[in-house]
Design a protein around this ligand. Structure first.
Ligand SMILES: NC(=O)N[C@@H](CC(=O)O)C(=O)O
Ligand SMILES: [Zn+2]
Ligand SMILES: [Zn+2]
Length: 435
């Protein structure tokens, strides 16, 4: 089948046609137009399929909150064609059996590619290293390792993990949170945490780990990736490390680009997340850092939780927010509408760069003839108030419910296969539903 997309603003710039044939982008002049399915893309921006380096799919073990299939519906709805699935499942993704299961469930869904992330330490316990080489050599081909949800706090373990990663051109993605500085922490540490009587999570608990890890990565000649950077102070540490030539990359989440700690005033568990929402000065520094390349990518940290886990009293509520379905709109609002990034920049931070960090092929020449047809058509002029119906995963713990966001994902192709049509996910059955 051949599909012709007419009159799209490619990467927000030049208006031209795109053609999809046999899973790849082909020259529109080379196709038989009469036989092609035509999609009118006038007024729509064409982006490459988005790549999320930080998604929690919860399967195995957390299927009431999300499954691979339901998480991929959320991903497709948000314009993602590839997600890297975090290792904090039950059991933990520290064996080939688990990463191969998650990988296979992704293939069965077909809505997007799933790249399982391997645990750095056995059981995420921070005591001894997982068999990283075996995970890398498994059928899942792990290239990203992370204990996310936990910090690899032990410096010796982190050093060895970086050395192993370097030997297989993999990357260690660190959840930077010094545990001894954040015991019982509920929200950002500052005047507001004192006022609200909630235990604080000081900014230095993040920056201190990033500074240490940058030095260890330099020593090991390894690639280090910093998960969910949340403070201006960490931005300065990353900037200095990059200036020294350290192989360090960093991500920011959509929620840290738009929301501030002020939301915690109502003690609503929806706004509880790790790392916590920060003051406005940090939000503005994160936007500047993403615009100037100090922060390389946006990653959702999509963290679904069952309603009970989020409706508890603030101190007992689970940390985490869903984010796949709303990521592009939040980034449009915080980066495009502020003039900090253009659409080509959005394609870089949400597709090309995360794919490069995760060594996912097929995203290095976005929307060019010969590339796999991972294509998103987004209507940048649309505005919508986010409702539960917009969330296509199993969980609705979004901080953006009731919030108006710009942009709407209209159509998505994953390797030439249509996954979203007119804003509706072409859902595959959810095998986990019966389980
Ligand atoms: N971000 C969160 O608040 N929660 C994540 C873990 C994590 O990303 O640290 C989760 O797994 O729920
Ligand atoms: Zn984390
Ligand atoms: Zn996470």
């Amino acid at each position: 089948m051949t599909t012709l997309l007419t009159g799209a603003r490619v990467l927000g710039g030049e208006v031209r046609d795109l053609a999809i044939h046999d899973g790849a982008l082909v020259d529109p002049a080379s196709i038989d137009r009469d036989a092609a399915e035509v999609v009118d893309a006038a007024g729509l921006v064409a982006l490459p399929g988005l790549v999320d380096l930080h998604t929690h799919l919860r399967q195995p073990g957390g299927e009431q909150a999300e499954t691979v299939a339901s998480g991929l519906r959320a991903a497709a709805a948000g314009g993602f064609t590839c997600v890297f699935a975090m290792a904090n499942t039950t059991p933990v993704a520290d064996t080939p059996a688990v990463v191969e299961q998650v990988h296979r469930l992704g293939l069965e869904s077909g809505l997007a590619t799933v790249r399982p992330i391997g645990a750095v330490t056995v059981g995420l316990r921070g005591e001894r290293l997982a068999d990283m080489l075996m995970l890398h050599r498994s059928a899942a081909g792990v290239t990203v390792f992370s204990d996310d949800g936990h910090c690899v706090a032990d410096a010796e373990l982190m050093r060895r993990a970086l050395e192993h990663a370097a030997s297989m051109d993999a990357v260690v993605a660190q959840h930077a949170q010094e545990p001894s500085l954040t015991r019982g922490a509920q929200m950002h540490e500052g005047a507001l945490s004192a006022e609200l009587g909630l235990a604080g999570w000081p900014a230095v608990a993040e920056a201190a780990v990033v500074a240490r890890d940058a030095l260890l990565a330099e020593l090991a000649g390894a690639r280090l990736h910093v998960c969910h950077v949340s403070t201006a102070q960490t931005v300065e540490v990353v900037r200095a490390a990059k200036a020294r030539g350290v192989r360090i990359t960093a991500e920011v989440t959509p929620h840290h680009l738009l929301l501030t700690e002020e939301l915690v005033r109502g003690y609503d568990g929806r706004y509880k997340v790790n790392p916590p929402l920060r003051p406005e000065a940090d939000v503005l520094a994160l936007r500047e850092a993403l615009a100037d390349g100090t922060i390389d990518i946006v990653a959702t940290d999509h963290a679904p939780h069952a309603p009970e886990a989020k409706q508890a009293a603030f101190a007992e509520a689970a940390f985490g927010m869903v984010g796949l379905e709303t990521a592009l709109g939040v980034v449009q609002q915080s980066m495009v509408e502020t003039g900090l990034l253009d659409w080509a920049g959005i394609a870089r931070v949400l597709s090309t760069a995360p794919a490069a960090i995760g060594r996912e092929p097929g995203y290095d020449a976005p929307l060019e003839v010969g590339s796999p047809a991972h294509v998103v058509l987004v209507d940048p002029a649309a505005r919508r108030t986010i409702e539960v119906g917009h969330l296509r995963g199993r969980s609705a713990n979004s901080p953006f419910l009731g919030v108006e966001l710009p942009g709407e994902v209209r159509h998505v192709w994953h390797a030439g296969r249509r996954t979203v049509r007119d804003g509706a996910v072409l859902a595959a059955p959810d095998a986990g539903e019966a389980a």
